[in-house]
Design a binder for this molecule. Structure first.
Ligand SMILES: [Mn+2]
Length: 301
């Protein structure tokens, strides 16, 4: 192949074609999937998210110069590997939570940083717990159409951040939620910039507000694909119209480079709600790449 180009329609499938690894041992950056969607309140299907994202990531993996416009290939600076999916919990939330937490703990123990592909958004809760165990209470940078702070003793993909605040895993005073456009009667101390606010705020200004809110606290970045308008991400469980586009999201993300982002995830892509174009999985794969570059840049600080 000329110049190390990799045609997106052939070859083995892994996230951005990083090597498939048994574990995170020896890696700087590990990518892991959690194919679970039983905590969805709307349309299920995000269990197919990790696979869909990996497949569409191949379009970006074509180039040996990395993902535009980052200007370098992550493999030239870091040891990166796709460690596969957390599995073995089948249809049980009560098994998924500890399995994901243990898998993330295992990655943390190697010294690698973790990017996770969901799955429904409830998978973020055990991931936050594992990251907080390593880094202390976290700032949450949360892109979503929904606040996910509903007050309920049970955990589903709309309640987990209420629990994460209650148990001290995230610090609301340093946390920020962007893109909300559903009723949110119980704001619990996080700064909420709703969908209309996003549309009125230029990306660099938005990034500045995120930096100011987070301060020096180690941050975890979680990106629900329904942050994007359904025109840009139709294949998701609970789409809400009136959101920003994918270029806006990427601009905000890229402007966070240099922050201490210790881990992150891209969740709620449910590929089967659209046809062969796979717009949503492509957006998810691209945003996941941006998050991975941010985590890498944090390691280089
Ligand atoms: Mn959401």
């Amino acid at each position: 192949m000329s110049q190390g180009m990799m045609e997106p329609y052939g070859g083995h499938i892994s996230y951005l074609r990083f090597p498939v690894c048994e574990s995170a041992e020896g890696l700087d950056l590990a990518i892991m999937g959690v194919p679970f969607d039983l905590n969805t309140t709307g349309r299920a299907g995000a269990r197919f998210g990790p696979r869909g994202i990996r497949e569409m990531s191949l379009t970006m993996a074509e180039f040996p110069w990395g993902v535009w416009p980052w200007g370098y290939h992550l493999r030239d600076k870091f040891k990166v590997g796709d460690i596969g999916d957390v599995m073995g919990f089948t249809a049980y939330t009560e098994r998924m939570m500890p399995a994901v937490e243990a898998a993330a703990d295992k990655v943390m123990a190697t010294g690698a940083s973790l990017l996770t592909l969901g799955g429904d958004h409830s998978i973020t809760y055990p991931l936050l717990k594992a990251h907080a165990r390593k880094h202390g209470p976290l700032a949450l940078i949360h892109f979503d159409a929904h606040s996910d702070t509903w007050i309920d003793d049970d955990i589903n993909h709309g309640t987990m951040f209420h629990h994460a605040i209650k148990d001290g895993t995230i610090v609301p005073e340093n946390s920020i939620q962007l893109g909300m456009r559903t009723p949110n009667p119980d704001e619990q101390g996080m700064l909420v910039l709703d969908g209309l606010e996003c549309l009125k705020t230029p990306p660099l200004e938005m990034a500045k507000r995120i930096r100011e809110r987070v301060g020096n606290r180690p941050a975890y970045l979680t990106f629900d694909i329904d942050f994007l308008d359904p025109a840009y991400a139709p294949a998701t469980g609970t789409p809400v119209v009136g959101g920003p586009n994918s270029a806006y999201a990427r601009d905000v993300l890229r402007a966070l480079v240099g922050m201490n982002i210790v881990g992150g995830d891209q969740v709620e892509v449910a590929p089967h709600y659209e046809g062969a174009a796979q717009i949503t999985a492509l957006a998810g794969a691209t945003i996941a790449a941006d998050i991975l570059y941010l985590i890498g840049a944090s390691r280089s600080r």
